[in-house]
Design a protein around this ligand. Structure first.
Ligand code: PRP
Length: 213
């Protein structure tokens, strides 16, 4: 039997996903060992392989067929813009993509000012400002702790993920506009979907039954 290979985004999401897979009888105990430095895990009996990668790389592995199935946040799926099928919302890691900044930046968002927008998601930021708001802005790509940008004067606003809102609050910032809701999604390689149709559709069907409300 050909392996069905999963690419999972490292971290909390991978743990939750493994929990859901366990509920439908797909186990990979070896992967639960936090001390292991192994990168790929196999369940020979069921014909499944799993590997953990950086979230931003999951769509790449899936589009190019190194993984048949991936689990990753919708933020990464949109930002990477890869060709793949998005087949299931796992209802995990729910949060929002927002424009945030100090309350004083509200005016600049409505009067079409040429503002600087810092983000880990330049594609999402650009699409929102250019195609939805029709506002010309300067996008500044950052790699993390994006909330710093308006605080130290690098940008007027940020485009970032807001979950509880505490990072914004603790830095004197607030949500100014909401771009879209986010959560973890299952994605599938386009060729695998045809070649392993039966196995993959059964898996999605089973997963649907255990997805949290
Ligand atoms: C994410 C996001 C925000 C924060 C939002 O950062 O970029 O900074 O979580 O969560 P909250 O609304 O619950 O405060 P992450 O922890 O992934 O690290 P990063 O700063 O490197 O992006």
């Amino acid at each position: 039997m050909k392996y069905l290979t999963f690419a999972l985004a490292k971290g909390r999401l991978a743990k939750h996903t493994l929990g859901l897979l366990e509920k439908i009888g797909i186990m990979c105990d070896e992967m639960k060992d936090d001390k292991t430095r192994k990168l790929i895990f196999t369940n020979e009996e069921l014909g499944f392989r799993f590997f953990l990668s950086k979230a931003t790389d999951v769509p790449t592995y899936v589009e190019l067929g190194a993984a048949d199935i991936g689990v990753v946040g919708r933020d990464t799926i949109i930002e990477e813009g890869r060709k793949l099928y998005e087949v299931l919302d796992l209802n995990l890691g729910k949060c929002r993509m927002c424009v945030a900044g100090p309350a004083s930046a509200k005016k600049q968002l409505s009067d079409g000012s040429l503002i600087r927008v810092a983000s880990k998601y330049p594609r999402i930021a650009k699409d929102y400002f250019y195609n939805c708001k029709h506002q010309t802005v300067e996008i500044i790509k950052l790699n993390g702790s994006v909330e710093l940008a308006p605080v130290v004067g690098l940008a007027e606003v940020i485009v970032d993920i807001v979950e509880t809102g505490s990072t914004l609050k603790e830095n004197g910032l607030e949500v100014l506009e909401e771009i879209c809701p986010l959560s973890a999604r299952v994605v599938v390689n386009e060729v695998s979907m045809k070649m392993q149709h039966e196995r993959i559709t059964k898996l999605i069907h089973d997963l649907k039954k255990v997805v949290p409300e």
